[in-house]
Write a protein that binds this ligand. Structure first.
Ligand SMILES: CC(C)(COP(=O)(O)OP(=O)(O)OC[C@H]1O[C@@H](n2cnc3c(N)ncnc32)[C@H](O)[C@@H]1OP(=O)(O)O)[C@@H](O)C(=O)NCCC(=O)NCCS
Length: 170
């Protein structure tokens, strides 16, 4: 996957160690998210997320990317290709900067991403949200994701699994 093509509106590139302060600044303003999905973000947890992989996956299928409006980081996306099966892409994390929220920014990014993925042969996009988090649940419903009926428990919260089919040009 060429990250440069997943958005026409924003510049997208892989994030690395030197970007951790900017990622932290974006994340720590989203306090509601961490109330549902503790612990609260730190530079260390971001470094862990940058390399975290689901079982059986390799780094080549992971895209931990930043969306830039000019020089400003406005969104972070963690995408795993071909997980849990060949035709499915998995969003492990998605967050926008509070300064751009409520203006269609997140929906625009997800819509462009789904259209791009469909063009590469992906059929479905899957993700999870923490049960009870209204912001995440409403956002993903608004963007066409529906519960699969599966959920799993972690020590501190329950994750609801959801997915949507993707179509080329949509
Ligand atoms: C969810 C998130 C990505 C939305 O980004 P955005 O740039 O505001 O996206 P949009 O403007 O396209 O969509 C906003 C929608 O989010 C939902 N939403 C946002 N804040 C909400 C809140 N406090 N309560 C309920 N729904 C909320 C609504 O569906 C809203 O749509 P509406 O304006 O039509 O009501 C952003 O709020 C965020 O980064 N939150 C923290 C991280 C997170 O929850 N990520 C998703 C789970 S991995």
């Amino acid at each position: 996957m060429n990250t440069a093509f997943i958005s026409r509106q924003y510049r997208v590139r892989t994030l690395s160690e030197s970007d951790v302060p900017d990622i932290l600044a974006l994340c720590e303003k989203n306090r509601l998210y961490y109330q549902y999905c503790p612990p609260f973000v730190s530079a260390r947890s971001i470094r862990g997320d940058m390399t975290a992989l689901p079982p059986g996956k390799e780094a080549a299928d992971k895209y931990y990317v930043g969306y830039y409006d000019g020089e400003k980081l406005i969104a972070v996306l963690d995408l795993i290709l071909a997980y849990p099966d060949k035709e499915t892409a998995f969003i492990g994390f998605f967050m926008t900067d509070v300064s751009v929220q409520g203006k269609g920014t997140g929906s625009g990014i997800i819509s462009e991403l789904c259209g791009y993925l469909a063009g590469t042969g992906v059929k479905k996009v899957r993700l999870g949200w923490v049960r009870g988090n209204p912001q995440a649940e409403h956002f993903w419903h608004k963007n066409g994701f529906a519960e699969t009926g599966s959920a799993y428990d972690t020590e501190k919260y329950t994750v609801i699994v959801a997915e949507r089919e993707v179509c080329y040009g949509v």
